[in-house]
Write a protein that binds this ligand. Structure first.
Ligand code: HEM
Length: 452
């Protein structure tokens, strides 16, 4: 019989001082984890700034303190690598930027950075507005929509055009199915007490293989089309295809380009879609916020299309997005594995420990954000931000692995939200939607709305 992997079992004597969430012998907190991961993490967050949660044989140190999170992600970055849980994404993302480590990570980051430079980003703005208008133009008064699905389709179309210079709307359902299968396989793996490699033909592993096959079809086609054109069209894909390695002058092969493209597709589309979906959820619950947002958009833009030059004049629009990402951070947690012993919050954690930074928990601390469950965009306006330590808010992570697409995402979300306010009237149907913690934080069962 297969043995559970034991490499993460931490010698009890070392990290014993860390308080833990009471659990069952052998299983630890596994059942609670499977039942409701967010509730378990919220419970841990109430115990202390660093708390041990045990899933079968594997202990996780859950951090819900901004200073400790800073220690893990920034100060001790060199003593960490991405946690094993994320490695379940390897069949999907290969050695792309999200999973790469050490020197290859530095090289990839340098390679991709120019694609996210401010000047380049400005050129994407027009596409973001056009694709939002195209999405909204398909809605008819009285139509019932799933806003979550609509936002996924829209951000995929934007990613396709800006990053890959291609129209991928026709591929939206294939990509959605592929990502859905892959996310479910990853979550099933993380929640299993026995972690087996993907070569074992378990149903969840077969799901992952199917997902990869579906997505590979789309991505390799994009690459083939890009290679045929052979010119820099201003998108990330053509830049990758033309890139030369600084050291050996070699170019990236199809598999390397595929890993980067898949990473950007996954990291860049579902996250932004979720941010917009949760924003509309909160606007539905807070009519006075929607009224103030509408007033700002009307005053600054009237009926003309928004451009990137308008963004500094739309501070409330940005605040609405940022406050929604505080309560519902699409990347609600991130994990690191320690490469050597590290002292965190006075506790010595041994090499190989897994530390989970619970971003959502940090964003909901009453000492950082008074009345934390109440949605108040005013606290994200520039004057209020100045009064707060920056690291209390970290929807894009921090340190050397901070989100490379943060500016891209904020720009996209701000342009899309302003455009939607101008061209769509939505009545949100659900006053209470449960979050579903997949790899990102999604609304469980979608986000129903009616076009007014
Ligand atoms: C609202 C939207 C987004 C959110 C909330 C978000 C959040 C994050 C977070 C928290 C991380 C750090 C993960 C960690 O520390 O382990 C990250 C990394 C990353 N994000 Fe984003 N992201 C968003 C949009 C985007 C977009 C639009 C792109 C690309 C176009 C992107 C590409 C990436 C990549 C490639 C990484 C890995 C960076 C590295 O390891 O060096 N993200 N993102």
């Amino acid at each position: 019989m297969a043995q559970p992997t034991s490499q993460f079992v931490v010698p009890a004597s070392i990290a014993d001082s860390v308080p833990s969430v009471p659990g069952l012998p052998l299983l630890g907190n596994l059942l609670d984890f499977r039942r409701d991961r967010l509730a378990l993490q919220d419970r841990a967050a109430r115990i202390g700034p660093i708390v041990r949660v045990t899933i079968g044989p594997i202990p996780f140190y859950l951090v819900t303190d901004a200073d400790l999170a800073h220690d893990v992600l920034v100060e001790h970055a060199a003593a960490t690598r991405k946690s094993a849980a994320l490695k379940f994404l390897t069949p999907l993302l290969g050695d792309g930027l999200l999973l790469a480590e050490g020197a290859p990570h530095k090289r990839h980051r340098k390679l991709l950075a120019p694609a996210f430079a401010p000047r380049r980003l400005a050129a994407y703005g027009r596409v973001m507005v056009d694709e939002t208008r195209a999405q909204v133009a398909r809605w008819r008064p009285g139509q019932r929509i799933d806003l979550a699905e609509e936002m996924m389709e829209m951000t995929l179309a934007i990613a396709g055009k800006t990053m890959f210079g291609a129209d991928v709307r026709g591929d939206a359902s294939t990509v959605a199915t592929g990502l859905e299968l892959a996310m479910r396989a990853v979550v099933a793996n993380i929640s299993s007490p026995i972690r087996l490699g993907y070569r074992w033909p378990l149903p969840r592993h077969l799901r992952m293989r199917r997902a990869v096959a579906l997505l590979d079809d789309v991505v390799y086609r994009l690459i083939a089309e890009g290679r045929k054109l052979g010119t820099d069209r201003g998108d990330v894909l053509s830049m990758l295809l033309l890139a030369r390695d600084e050291d050996d002058g070699g170019s990236l092969d199809d598999k390397q380009v595929r890993d980067e493209v898949m990473t950007l597709l996954l990291a860049g589309h579902e996250t932004t879609a979720n941010a917009l979906t949760w924003t509309w959820y909160e606007l539905g619950r807070n009519p006075e916020g929607l009224a103030r947002l509408t007033e700002e958009v009307r005053r600054v833009l009237g009926d003309r299309p928004v451009t990137t030059d308008d963004l500094p004049n739309l501070p409330y629009t940005l605040a609405v997005l940022e406050e929604s990402m505080r309560l519902h951070p699409p990347a609600y947690m991130t994990g690191r594995e320690l490469l050597r012993d590290v002292t965190l919050g006075g506790h010595r954690l041994p090499e190989r420990s897994i530390v989970t930074v619970y971003i959502r928990g940090i964003h909901r601390r009453p000492d950082y954000f008074p009345a934390p469950l109440s949605w108040q965009p005013e606290r994200m306006l520039p004057e209020a931000k100045k009064l707060r330590p920056r690291h209390h808010y970290l929807p894009f992570g921090a340190g050397p692995r901070v989100c490379i697409g943060a500016h891209f995402a904020l720009m996209e979300a701000q342009l899309a939200l302003a455009t939607m306010v101008q061209h769509a009237r939505l009545r949100m149907l659900a006053s209470h939607v449960t979050p579903e913690p997949m790899v990102t934080l999604r609304p469980r069962g979608g986000m129903p709305a009616v076009v007014a």
